[in-house]
Design a protein around this ligand. Structure first.
Ligand SMILES: Cc1cc2nc3c(=O)[nH]c(=O)nc-3n(C[C@H](O)[C@H](O)[C@H](O)COP(=O)(O)OP(=O)(O)OC[C@H]3O[C@@H](n4cnc5c(N)ncnc54)[C@H](O)[C@@H]3O)c2cc1C
Length: 339
């Protein structure tokens, strides 16, 4: 395990903000980190700690006075297969889109709609990443983690992970207690074609012979055109979650805003498009201390100057939340994790 002190995290968060971690530890094998955790039993109860994959959903609001653990584990292995399904285990440190590309080219289908989401396989389970009508949790078979306090290895089934919209047991009951070692996906041997989402429908029209490879290519194209590249402009994708409101509130809003963007949920509630709400407040392109609302995609906050701090971006997020609350009486909840 490589351990660095007073380590700069600028290259480890896609907002590209400057922050220093007191200790930064990276490891390349599961055995290394398991041994470290077991020989330092009790340490993580006392020392503040954070696991950082690609840092594509994190906002550092200041320096991190604790230990950052950074997985660089890279294995992908087929656990079992038959004519219909295969179980594929991937290490937490594998780059998510490398994994999606690998599965698709090894005749293991289902993840194509999740192409090009930044981040690692480990975080895919924490975040239950989702895009274009598919969520990681739809295909996760099990998640293997180590309990940071007891050193015990534990495997959770998909059901036990309690996946919901950008949420899982890892963000709730298990928060701060675990480090994911690997995630096993159950994928289909037969192509899974899900092109119901409007952007994909527009690409393929009425075609019924679309291949998984074409879906992956289309998703990559759409994302490249729609979202700012963090290598060029710091950002963490959607900054806020799409808010869910009840029917009563929905009726009031629909009355006031006939062009309201929404999606009716199976439980009778309504999910609103957070980006539309922000746009309607006239905030596209709005700037605050070097941070800005992206001028094409209002749901994305960017480090426009390249020198905005975590506090500047937090300040901008606060303004956006207040404006949306004022105009729509709807509270936006951040998807990005503040550190
Ligand atoms: C341009 C852009 C577009 C995006 N688009 C989407 C999208 O379409 N859909 C979507 O869902 N997300 C999207 N995101 C958000 C982001 O890609 C995901 O949340 C991703 O899963 C984060 O992965 P990461 O490795 O960077 O995790 P990090 O940001 O490093 O960490 C996220 C959380 O996971 C925890 N974590 C990470 N690895 C481990 C581990 N091994 N064990 C335990 N905990 C761990 C961290 O402690 C933290 O709590 C986008 C981000 C960007 C920058």
């Amino acid at each position: 395990m490589k351990i660095y002190r007073n380590y700069c995290l600028k290259k480890h968060n896609t907002f590209n903000v400057d922050a220093i971690a007191s200790i930064f530890a990276e490891y390349t094998t599961d055995d290394e980190i398991i041994e470290y955790i077991r020989t330092n039993e009790g340490k993580f109860k006392q020392v503040k700690h954070l696991i950082v994959g690609e840092g594509s959903n994190l906002l550092f609001t200041g320096d991190f006075y604790g230990m950052v653990l950074h997985p660089l584990t890279k294995y992908i292995s087929v656990q079992s297969e038959d004519n219909d399904f295969c179980l594929i285990e991937a290490a937490a440190g594998v780059i998510w889109d490398d994994f999606v590309g690998w599965t698709s080219s090894h005749m293991a289908f289902g993840l194509e709609n999740l192409s090009l989401i930044p981040g690692t396989v480990g975080a895919s389970a924490v975040q239950n990443v989702g895009a274009y009508g598919v969520e990681a949790g739809d295909y996760i078979h099990s998640v293997k983690y180590i309990d940071l306090h007891s050193g015990e290895l534990i495997s959770l089934s998909s059901e036990q992970c309690k996946f919901s919209y950008r949420n899982s047991i890892f963000k709730n009951e298990l928060k701060n207690n675990f480090l994911i070692l690997s995630v096993t996906y159950k994928l289909s041997r037969k192509p899974v074609i899900n092109i119901e989402y409007a952007d994909l429908r527009n690409c393929f029209g009425e075609r019924s012979d679309v291949s998984p490879r074409e879906i992956r290519e289309a998703v990559i194209n759409i994302r490249n055109n729609k979202l700012p590249d963090p290598e060029v402009t710091g950002n963490a994708g959607s900054f806020f979650k799409n808010p869910v409101i009840d029917k009563l509130k929905f009726n009031v809003l629909k009355e006031r805003f006939s062009d309201l963007r929404f999606y009716e949920l199976a439980d009778g509630n309504y999910k609103l498009a957070a980006g539309w709400l922000i746009d309607k407040c006239g905030l596209k392109g709005f700037e605050h201390n070097g941070a800005a609302v992206h001028d094409k995609q209002a749901l994305v906050l960017i480090n426009k100057s390249g020198n905005a701090t975590g506090k500047d971006i937090t300040g901008l997020a606060y303004i956006v939340r207040e404006k949306v609350k004022e105009k729509f009486d709807v509270c936006l909840e951040p998807e990005v994790i503040f550190i």
